[in-house]
Structures are given as structure tokens and as C-alpha cells.
Design a protein around this ligand. Structure first.
Ligand SMILES: Cc1cc2nc3c(=O)[nH]c(=O)nc-3n(C[C@H](O)[C@H](O)[C@H](O)COP(=O)(O)OP(=O)(O)OC[C@H]3O[C@@H](n4cnc5c(N)ncnc54)[C@H](O)[C@@H]3O)c2cc1C
Ligand code: SF4
Length: 263
């Protein structure tokens, strides 16, 4: 048997099942203890360090931590880990005094971030305190990516998105909204020290099956249709809707359809 390698932090993380199951290894027991002590701001900060958007994730995380929760094995249900994140976010005080200082004197390195979705925003959040100059290029007029353009507002209110993204932009990130980067070659020739491509994967899947083209007016690609609802271009849908597939996008299509058809 190999001796335990206690220099590897994974050894300790694995001991706590929920923390190990969380993709960002959020210290779940620590923040739940803080919530139990009504220390919501501290609980929020424990989350913020690991997962950047606690208020957003407290509403939208797929919560792989919960199936791993030990309570699920000894009681009928796991602890509501995800919603407790929302509790911390909704009850916290002003967290600005606890955010990292942004050095006035920069380290001389300029980083271009393509796309202002959660991926690039996370890079900015981590690099700004280290003194990097981050420039965010975004084709849309505001930051957020699909959490703003696709996830329906009844699941994720705009104020929550604005607040958490605002905390990152306030670190002094230079933003170039309404600026789609048309060419990687041209961007690389501008002499950036690093370029992060956070342009997302914004294509839904079409189905080339018999009848698809003939019925095109009544068939929509999920993420395009949700964006159209989000921007207010689509305000109606028929009463009988068939949704193909069964994960986030399709459930959002089901729930948005129910709302649009008034049922
Ligand atoms: C309907 C739906 C529901 C979802 N629900 C959940 C959920 O409940 N929980 C969850 O965890 N995740 C959910 N997701 C997934 C989540 O939204 C994505 O994983 C996340 O937004 C990906 O972040 P990203 O930064 O990689 O890309 P994106 O959010 O796609 O952001 C990329 C950004 O780059 C910009 N961009 C692209 N090309 C360029 C260019 N050339 N120049 C400038 N800007 C450019 C785009 O305009 C966009 O703003 C959902 C997704 C959808 C579509
Ligand atoms: S709710 Fe999501 S972010 Fe939070 S601990 Fe669970 S998996 Fe991690």
C-alpha cells in the first residue's frame, strides 16, 4: 500500500465528499457553518473565493455536490447546499471591504480577454489583484454572456447578475463592449502579453429530419429562441409546444413556453 501523500491537497479535499464533488471544490461545510452562525457575509466570501458568482450559482448551479452529500445516505435528502449559497448571497452585507486590493502600480503585462461571459470574467477577477491590465472585448453591449442572454430572468434576476459582474468590473477592468473581435490574427499582432479566448459555445443543434424545412417557421433552436425571449423579440408561442432534449436549455424552453402561452 502506498503511503498517503499529504502534500497533495486532493487528499484532504476527498475527505469531504460534497467539497470534492463540487467542480471548484468550494469548502461547503465551512460556509454552511458560517450561515448557521448567521455570518452571511463571511459565508459569501468563502464562496466568492472558490466560485466567483455565489448569488448566480445559488440559483443556477447544477449542484453536483448534493448527490455526494452524506446526509443523502443517512436521511432521505441531502443538505440544500446550492440554495444555502443563495441564502448567503441574499443576506450578506457590503462585501467590498473584503475584496482583494487592486495594485495602483501595474505589473506591465496586458491581457486581452475575448468575450465577457463567466469564463473571461473569472480570469479578470483572478488577474486584476495581481497587477495585470485586463481588457475585455465583448460583442454585446454588456457583460454576462449566456447567463445574461439565455438563462431566463425568472430563474436569475438581472440585479443579481449586475451586482456580481459589477464587483469584477469595478476592479478596473477596461471594457470594450459592442466590439466583436473579428480576427485572432489581427489581435495577436497587437502585441498582447496574453490572450484568453472566452467566446463560449453559442450554437444550438439543428436536426435535419424529414419535415424540418417545411415546418421551419414553427421550429426554433433552443438557445436562439431563449435569447429572443430574453431580448423581448419573442413574446408569444402556441399553446402546444414540443421540446426535444432534456437538460438546462430545454427545461428553460419548457418553462419559458408555459409563461409565454399564459398557462
Ligand atoms: C439556456 C441555458 C441555460 C443554462 N443554465 C445553466 C445553469 O442553470 N447552470 C449553469 O451552471 N450553467 C447554465 N448554462 C451554461 C452557462 O450559461 C455557460 O456554461 C456559461 O455562460 C459559459 O460561459 P463562457 O464565459 O464560457 O461563455 P458565454 O457565456 O457564452 O460568453 C461568451 C461571450 O463571448 C462573446 N463573444 C463571442 N465571440 C466573440 C468575439 N469574437 N468578440 C467579442 N465577444 C465575443 C459572446 O457575445 C458572449 O458574451 C446555461 C446555458 C444556456 C444556454
Ligand atoms: S452548489 Fe455548485 S458551486 Fe456550490 S458547492 Fe455545490 S457544486 Fe459547488
Amino acid at each position: 500500500m502506498q503511503p498517503t501523500d499529504i502534500k497533495n491537497p486532493d487528499y484532504f479535499h476527498k475527505v469531504v465528499d460534497c467539497q470534492w464533488a463540487c467542480p471548484s471544490h468550494t469548502p461547503v461545510p465551512e460556509y454552511i457553518r458560517l450561515i448557521a452562525a448567521r455570518r452571511y457575509t463571511d459565508a459569501y466570501m468563502v464562496n466568492w473565493i472558490s466560485n466567483v458568482f455565489p448569488g448566480i450559482l445559488g440559483r443556477t448551479c447544477d449542484r453536483p455536490c448534493e448527490p455526494a452529500c452524506r446526509r443523502g445516505r443517512v436521511e432521505s435528502e441531502p443538505v440544500a447546499i446550492c440554495r444555502l449559497k443563495r441564502v448567503a448571497a441574499d443576506n450578506k452585507g457590503d462585501i467590498r471591504p473584503y475584496l482583494p486590493n487592486i495594485p495602483r502600480e501595474k505589473n506591465g503585462k496586458r491581457v486581452a480577454l475575448i468575450g465577457a461571459g463567466p469564463a473571461s470574467l473569472t480570469v479578470a477577477r483572478d488577474l486584476m489583484p495581481l497587477g495585470y491590465d485586463c481588457v475585455l472585448f465583448e460583442g454585446e453591449e454588456r457583460a454576462g454572456g449566456m447567463i445574461w442572454t439565455q438563462i431566463p430572468r425568472f430563474r436569475l434576476p438581472e440585479e443579481v447578475i449586475d451586482e456580481e459582474i459589477g464587483l469584477i468590473l469595478e476592479m478596473g477592468v477596461e471594457t470594450r463592449f459592442g466590439h466583436t473581435v473579428p480576427s485572432m490574427k489581427a489581435l495577436l499582432e497587437e502585441g498582447w502579453d496574453a490572450v484568453f479566448v472566452g467566446s463560449g459555445a453559442p450554437r444550438g443543434r439543428d436536426l435535419d429530419i424529414p419535415g424540418r424545412r417545411e415546418a421551419a417557421l414553427n421550429i426554433h433552436i433552443g438557445i436562439d429562441w431563449l435569447a429572443s425571449v430574453s431580448f423581448g423579440h419573442t413574446q408569444h408561442i402556441g399553446r402546444r409546444v414540443v421540446v426535444l432534449c432534456g437538460v438546462n436549455t430545454s427545461m428553460d424552453c419548457c418553462r419559458s413556453s408555459r409563461r409565454l402561452c399564459g398557462e
